[in-house]
Structure formats: structure tokens, C-alpha cells
Design a binder for this molecule. Structure first.
Ligand SMILES: [Zn+2]
Length: 241
């Protein structure tokens, strides 16, 4: 699937990591407009405390084993990152592996630009089980996190929808699409374009309805994604933080 967006690694490499306190680690690195600009490296990508990216989710899921695995990989990865960090255009195997590690863990925003139109929560006596992001019909949207497509097709009120299962067990659902660009079984990475925004199913306007499921149940995507470096409200993402 890498051929779909050949410049993909640059969007990770171009981020400047800014050390932040643990409770505000989503603060400021890039904006949605910055994403996909193909920016060449501005500085070393220090992944040393990269494990922070997923700690909250892992904690919630009580997945101590996964956490240990990530920490074990981090030790290895940090060394490589230090060496490769100053080379902006290198294509060595070590650097590629490092990028792949980042891609496997990063959470990003689903759209380049959007208007936040509806929060997760009770609405008209029913649970609105996701968030709504309005954007023009046909706008490409991307996976917020790496995983495997477990369904892609027309699903009643969701219209044309995609479900992706992430490696940490969480799931993302993308609904009301105009077009679907992946199929069941596809392995996708964070930031990969998977569909276009539409108005299919029970939809009151062209928008992306995004759900995140933890342990099979929908949760508010906003705090979960913010804890993982992607702030939907502020339109900021910082996969290195
Ligand atoms: Zn919705």
C-alpha cells in the first residue's frame, strides 16, 4: 500500500519534536495544513520517549505485555534514530525501519481540513457514537492509525463505511463516504488515504463520521486521539511527542 502516497515518510520525518511535559504533550508541532507537505527533515527525530505516544491507551487496555514490547523496540530504535536523524534524504534500511516504527504508532488527523460539527455524546435521546467533521464531497480522508481493514462497504445508516482494527485492539470506523479506496483485508498505515468524504447513509450533510472503539465499545475520539498526539479540536498533530 506504500505506493499510494509515495512521499508519505516525509510527513513524519519533517516534524520537529518539541519536548513537552507529560500532561500537555499534544502541544504544538504541526498543523493540519502542514500534513503531507513533503517537508524535508528540519531536525533530528528523537524517538527516545516515543513510548509515551501510546501509554494512555495501553494503560486503559491494561496491556502490559504490549507496553513491554514497545519499550523493548524503543531501545533498539532510539539508537538508529540518533544516527539517521541528520540525514534528510537517506534511504537506508535502518532509516526505513525507523520510519516504519513511527508509522506503526502514530495517530494523525483524518482530514487535511474540516469543520468540527458534532461531538460524541447523547443527541436527541440517542448516543452519537462518533464525531462529525464536515468537508467538501470527495475530500480524501486518511486512516488515523495503522491497522487492518475489517470491513469496507455499504452499512445501512453508516452508508459507505470502513472499519479498521488497530494493532492495540482499538478500532476506527469511517462513515458516510462518497468512495471507499480500500477493501477488507488491506493493511493501512496512519495517514494513508482510505476514502473520500460523502453524504451516504443517514447523513444530514457531507461529512466524515469517525468512531473509535475501545474493547468493542465506542468512546469519545477527542481525548483518546489527543492523548496520542492528534488534537481534532485544535487541528494539531504531533506523532513524535
Ligand atoms: Zn456522526
Amino acid at each position: 500500500m506504500r505506493q499510494r502516497l509515495s512521499s508519505e515518510p516525509d510527513r513524519y520525518r519533517g516534524r520537529r519534536r518539541v519536548p513537552t511535559p507529560p500532561r500537555s504533550r499534544y502541544a504544538v508541532v504541526g498543523t493540519a495544513a502542514f500534513v503531507g507537505a513533503g517537508v524535508v527533515a528540519l531536525g533530528a527525530a528523537n524517538l527516545t520517549d516515543y513510548k509515551d505516544v501510546h501509554q494512555s491507551v495501553l494503560h486503559d487496555l491494561d496491556s502490559a505485555q504490549i507496553s513491554q514490547d514497545i519499550q523493548a523496540r524503543n531501545g533498539d530504535k532510539a539508537d538508529r534514530s540518533e544516527r539517521a536523524g541528520t540525514e534528510s534524504t537517506d534511504t537506508t534500511a535502518a532509516k526505513t525501519l525507523s520510519d516504519a516504527d513511527v508509522e506503526a504508532q502514530a495517530w494523525v488527523l483524518p482530514l487535511q481540513d474540516y469543520t468540527f460539527t458534532a461531538p460524541f455524546g447523547m443527541r436527541l435521546g440517542k448516543l452519537h457514537s462518533g464525531i462529525d467533521l464536515a468537508a467538501p464531497e470527495g475530500s480524501p480522508y486518511q486512516a488515523v492509525h495503522a491497522g487492518t481493514v475489517t470491513s469496507a462497504g455499504y452499512q445501512g445508516g453508516y452508508g459507505f463505511a470502513i472499519t479498521i482494527k488497530h494493532t492495540d485492539g482499538t478500532e476506527a470506523v469511517y462513515a458516510h463516504s462518497h468512495r471507499l479506496l480500500v477493501k477488507t483485508g488491506d493493511v493501512v498505515k496512519a495517514g494513508q488515504v482510505i476514502g473520500t468524504v460523502g453524504n451516504t447513509g443517514y447523513s444530514y450533510g457531507t461529512h466524515l463520521h469517525l468512531e473509535i472503539h475501545v474493547a468493542g465499545k465506542p468512546v469519545d475520539p477527542i481525548p483518546l486521539m489527543r492523548e496520542n498526539g492528534a488534537d481534532v479540536k485544535l487541528k494539531i498533530e504531533s506523532p513524535y511527542s
